[in-house]
Design a protein around this ligand. Structure first.
Ligand SMILES: Nc1ncnc2c1ncn2[C@@H]1O[C@H](COP(=O)(O)OP(=O)(O)OP(=O)(O)O)[C@@H](O)[C@H]1O
Length: 451
C-alpha cells in the first residue's frame, strides 16, 4: 500500500530523532522563526512528542530588522500559547556594518541567542532545498570536504553546548508547503526571501531554477552529493584521529607532525581546530603556517595566524590556541578543586606525597591564583638557589607570549606554583602527607608541563 503523503513527514522527522537517540528526558527546543519550515517542524515535533517522550519548548529570535518583526514574534507566541509549549523570545542587535554582510551578521546573532537556550537539542527547520543551496553556495566559494558535507541531520552537542537536529533535511520545500496546507497551518512570510540582494536568495531564485531546468533532480542530487562529502569528511576525521594520537595531541610533537605528508598535516590541524570549536581557516593561512613550521628552526618561537586561532610552535612542541584568549582574572582560593583561568582551567587534584603540601595552603592567610609579578623567583629543588621566572620559562620551553598568561598560586605573597613550571620547594608536599597537585587545564591548548 502506498504511504499517504501526509504520513511521510512525521516518519521522516521521527527517523532523525531516533538516529539522534532523542527519548524520554531529552529536552528539545524548536527554533521557531514563524516561517513555514519551522512551523511545520513545530507541529511535527508536537505530534512526535508522545511517541519519544521528550519535553518540547520553542525559541524565537527577533532580529529587529524587519518592520514585521513584532508580528512574527506575536505569531510564534500565539502558536506556542495555543499548544501549551513554553516559548523564549530573544531580541538581538544585529551589527549592520558586519564585514560578511547583514545576512551573516543576523545569522551570527541568531545562533548566539539560540545557544543560550537550556536544552539538549536545538531543532531547525532546514530542508533538502536548503541543503542543496548550502552545498552550491559553499562550492562556489571554494569550500573543502568538510564544508561540502553541508548540514548534518544530527550534530551531537558537547561541553555544555546543545546538539542540533534537522528533522526535515530529507524533505523538499514543496512537501512542507503541501503538508502545511493540508493541515491548515498559518505562517508568516519573510519578505527578505524575495529580495535578490542576499546571495543565498539569488542562488535560490536564479541559479537553482536554471540547474533544475537542465537536471530535474538537481536538488536531491546535490543533497546526495553532500552526503557523500559527509562520508569522506568522516574518513578524514578518522585519519586525523590516528595522526593526532601518534603526534601526542593536544600538544603535538613537532617532529612527528612534520613527518606526515603535507595533506595529513593540514588535515590534522583542521581536525584539531574543529574539535576546539574554532572556525576553519582558509587554505592559504593554513598552508602558510605549515610552510613556516617546516622552514623555521625549532628554537625560534612561532605564533602563526589561522583566522581566529593561532598555531604556536616552540622547540619540539606545536599547539593551537585562540588568537585572543580571554584575560585571566585573579581569584582567591577557598578550597575549590577547579578555578577558571582566562579560557583555561586550573585544577587542584588531591594526592598523597605529591604536588603542594595541602597544609601549606589550608594554614595560609591568603591563597591567590593570579598572574606572575615583577621579580618572581622560585626554587624548584631545595638544594638549589632561587631562579628568575624568565630562566625557568626558557628551561620549560614556555615562549615569551605565554608568560603573561601563566597561572601562579601565591601563598601569603610567595609563589608556590607556576603553571607549566612546577611547585616551589618550600611548598612541596612531604612524602606520605596530604597534597594537592595543581594542573593547568587549558580550554584551548597550551604547552604541557615539561617532561
Ligand atoms: N528568527 C528566528 N528565530 C528562531 N529560529 C529561526 C529564526 N530564523 C531561522 N530560524 C531557524 O533556522 C532555520 C533555518 O532558517 P533560515 O533558512 O532562514 O536560516 P539560514 O540562515 O539559511 O540557516 P542558518 O541560520 O542555520 O545558517 C529555520 O527553519 C528555523 O528553525
Amino acid at each position: 500500500m502506498r504511504t499517504p503523503p501526509a504520513d511521510v513527514l512525521p516518519e521522516s522527522a521521527a527517523a532523525v530523532l531516533a538516529a539522534a537517540g532523542v527519548g524520554a528526558g531529552s529536552r528539545v527546543c524548536c527554533a521557531l522563526s514563524g516561517g513555514v519550515d519551522s512551523v511545520v517542524l513545530f507541529e511535527l515535533l508536537r505530534r512526535l512528542q508522545p511517541r519519544f517522550g521528550f519535553s518540547l519548548r520553542a525559541a524565537h529570535v527577533d532580529h529587529g530588522l524587519s518592520p514585521n518583526a513584532a508580528a512574527w514574534a506575536r505569531a510564534c507566541a500565539e502558536r506556542c500559547l495555543a499548544a501549551g509549549v513554553p516559548l523564549q523570545v530573544f531580541r538581538v542587535e544585529v551589527e549592520r556594518a558586519h564585514a560578511d554582510g547583514l545576512e551573516a551578521a543576523a545569522r551570527a546573532a541568531r545562533h548566539a541567542a539560540l545557544a543560550q537556550v537550556d536544552c539538549d537539542w536545538l531543532a531547525f527547520g532546514h530542508h533538502q532545498d536548503d541543503q542543496a543551496e548550502t552545498l552550491l553556495f559553499r562550492l562556489l566559494r571554494g569550500t573543502g570536504v568538510h564544508g561540502a558535507a553541508a548540514m548534518r541531520a544530527v550534530e551531537p552537542g558537547g561541553a555544555g553546548r546543545a546538539g542540533r537536529l534537522r528533522p526535515l533535511l530529507g524533505l523538499r520545500r514543496a512537501q512542507l508547503l503541501e503538508w502545511a496546507g493540508a493541515h491548515g497551518l498559518g505562517w508568516v512570510e519573510d519578505e527578505s526571501n524575495a529580495e535578490l540582494r542576499f546571495t543565498r536568495n539569488a542562488l535560490r531564485h536564479r541559479l537553482l531554477p536554471v540547474a533544475e531546468g537542465l537536471f530535474p533532480a538537481a536538488v536531491p542530487n546535490l543533497a546526495r552529493a553532500a552526503a557523500h562529502f559527509a562520508e569522506a569528511d568522516a574518513l578524514l576525521g578518522e585519519l586525523a584521529a590516528i595522526d593526532a594520537a601518534a603526534c601526542g595531541a593536544p600538544v603535538l610533537c613537532r617532529a612527528d607532525l612534520l613527518a606526515l605528508t603535507p595533506a595529513r598535516q593540514a588535515n590534522l590541524l583542521r581536525w584539531l581546530l574543529l574539535g576546539s570549536g574554532a572556525p576553519l581557516p582558509g587554505a592559504a593561512p593554513l598552508g602558510e603556517a605549515l610552510r613556516q613550521l617546516r622552514a623555521c628552526e625549532p628554537a625560534h618561537p612561532l605564533r602563526l595566524p589561522l583566522g581566529a586561532w593561532v598555531c604556536c610552535a616552540y622547540r619540539d612542541r606545536v599547539w593551537l590556541e585562540p588568537a585572543q584568549p580571554p584575560a585571566p582574572q585573579a581569584l582567591h582560593w577557598q578550597g575549590e578543586a577547579a578555578m577558571h583561568w582566562g579560557g583555561d582551567e586550573v585544577r587542584l587534584v588531591a594526592s598523597i606525597g605529591a604536588g603542594l603540601g595541602r597544609g601549606c595552603l589550608e594554614d595560609a592567610g591568603e591563597v591567590l591564583l593570579g598572574p606572575r609579578r615583577e621579580g618572581l623567583r622560585m626554587r624548584l629543588h631545595p638544594a638549589r638557589p632561587r631562579r628568575e621566572l624568565r630562566k625557568l620559562c626558557q628551561e620549560a620551553a614556555i615562549p615569551a607570549w605565554l608568560r603573561d598568561r601563566l597561572p601562579v598560586l601565591w601563598v601569603d605573597g610567595e609563589p608556590a606554583w607556576v603553571g607549566g613550571i612546577g611547585v616551589a620547594a618550600e611548598f612541596a608536599c612531604a612524602p606520605g602527607a596530604a597534597g594537592l597537585v595543581p594542573e593547568w587545564r587549558p580550554g584551548g591548548v597550551t604547552p604541557a608541563p615539561p617532561p
